[in-house]
Design a protein around this ligand. Structure first.
Ligand code: FE
Length: 463
């Protein structure tokens, strides 16, 4: 037990909790090539699918996935200096394996009803996005492409398209060859490479999107401000919202004058601090527990609250109180903590982090093996039985009060424990199913709510 706790603490230290949302890539030295704008085209969905998440392969909890070559399309949204853009809404829409859009005017009409055709993703502070989809099919007049629309905070919507390197039709595509600048044109044609070891032939395409703006620094003011859209997010998925008794990250300006996490001395008699360095947060007019403060980011544990829907959130420090922002508050808002490239935060029984080798600089990461037990971490999975009081140090692990379904790919996995093991920290001791080598989507569902963003896990049979 002591071992497990130590492992977990080390794990959280690795993640940084304060710097949970770090990026491992270095700063850019050279001038970046701006991603060229391209036409929206006629097929932006005129009716949206029932599911709008970043997993286009599966609609809601359907058992039958879309057909085609599975592809993980990911990258970062950057400003012209190469700084990641947080809170950017990335939308994609594309044809299915047959070349059909979900649009009513799609030139090809034998549409794959299991393919989502459209998805969206809100970037976190690393600027990263991820979609699981299929390689787009071809329709008359165009080469293979995926449409992208990126809406960064305070910026107009930016529209472009992504292509497949080596596709012979690229040479004749009018939209692609309409990009006059060679470097810009090359920047939207990326290799779609096989995921190492994937026995089902999954592809991965990496597409960084460089937007042509530089964020304007806010005018000096000592009063704290919260980003009005997407400024208060689930600490795992970084999707807007806050869940009862779970970790929440807040983004803004002048939030604190110093940067630090809580220390043992901040926790008196097992009670978590409602203020750190003079910074406090109220969610639905109840105090949150402040774990980390910095000028632009705070991490807090939301108070226990049965509220459901829009609630006000404010930050108060020596400079005053922020204007309230409206945040969607729920008892259940399940999501996993994520490592770079949207890999699920998970450890092996010995505490080593689960992931493809080289995922995190300076840290040994190993894929999961079928049959082994790994521990996944998340937040927002609701109450436990017995109850875990919010605002107090967790002394004993407590199982979830509601049934949970955990899936890796479409397999409902066996688990030995699902519950709270630390402050706002939910852990799942799951047995890795026997799936083909490669990346697989990890999802969970509790009280009818599915994890809002897919995470992935790398599985390998090799020792
Ligand atoms: Fe198109």
């Amino acid at each position: 037990m002591a071992n497990k706790a130590t492992g977990r603490r080390r794990f959280l230290a690795t993640l940084g909790m304060g710097g949970l949302y770090y990026t491992v890539r270095g700063a850019f030295a050279q001038e970046l090539v701006l991603t060229p704008a391209q036409t929206l085209g006629p097929f932006y969905p005129d009716r949206l699918p029932l599911d709008l998440d970043n997993d286009l392969l599966v609609i809601n909890d359907a058992i039958t996935p879309g057909v085609g070559e599975i592809a993980w399309v990911s990258g970062r949204v950057l400003d012209r200096r190469g700084q990641p853009v947080r809170g950017a809404l990335v939308e994609i829409w594309q044809t299915d394996n047959n070349g059909a859009y979900i649009h009513t005017a799609s030139p090809i009409t034998n549409r794959d009803r299991n393919f989502q055709g459209y998805g969206k993703f809100l970037t976190g502070s690393s600027g990263e996005y991820l979609f699981r989809t299929v390689k787009p099919g071809i329709y008359p007049g165009r080469t293979r492409h995926i449409h992208f629309a990126i809406t960064a905070p305070g910026e107009p919507r930016f529209v472009t398209q992504l292509y497949v390197r080596g596709e012979s039709l690229n040479a004749n595509d009018g939209v692609l060859n309409g990009i006059r600048d060679t470097a810009q044109r090359d920047s939207v044609i990326v290799p779609w490479v096989g995921v190492p070891g994937s026995r089902i032939g999954e592809l991965a395409a990496l597409f960084d999107i460089v937007l042509g703006f530089t964020p304007v620094e806010n005018a000096a003011s000592s009063r704290p401000t919260l980003v009005s859209m997407g400024g208060v997010v689930h600490a795992g998925t970084l999707n807007p919202g806050a869940a009862s008794g779970s970790w929440v990250a807040l983004f803004g300006d002048n939030l604190a004058s110093v940067t630090r996490s809580w220390r043992a001395s901040d926790i008196a008699n097992g009670k978590l601090p409602e203020s750190l360095e003079g910074v406090s947060v109220r969610i639905n007019n109840k105090p949150a527990f402040v774990q980390y403060v910095s000028p632009k980011q705070l991490n807090v544990l939301a108070p226990a609250d049965s509220a459901s829907g829009s609630v006000p959130v404010t930050v108060t420090n020596a400079g005053g109180s922020s204007d309230p922002v409206a945040v969607d508050f729920q008892v259940f808002q399940p999501g996993f903590f994520l490592l770079p490239q949207e890999y699920v935060a998970a450890v092996h029984a010995d505490g080593a982090v689960v992931g493809p080798a080289g995922l995190i600089d300076g840290l040994r990461t190993l894929p999961a093996q079928p049959g082994e037990q790994v521990i996944l971490f998340g937040t927002g999975f609701g109450p436990t039985s017995p109850a875990t009081p919010a605002g107090e140090v967790v002394l004993d692990a407590a199982p979830l009060a509601n049934p949970v379904t955990l899936r890796i790919d479409t397999v409902a996995v066996d688990f030995a424990f699902a519950g709270v093991s630390g402050v706002g920290l939910y852990q799942f001791n799951v047995t890795v199913p026997d799936l083909p080598d490669g990346d697989h989507a990890v999802t969970a569902e509790i009280a009818g709510v599915r994890t809002a963003k897919i995470a992935r896990i790398r599985i390998t049979h090799a020792v």
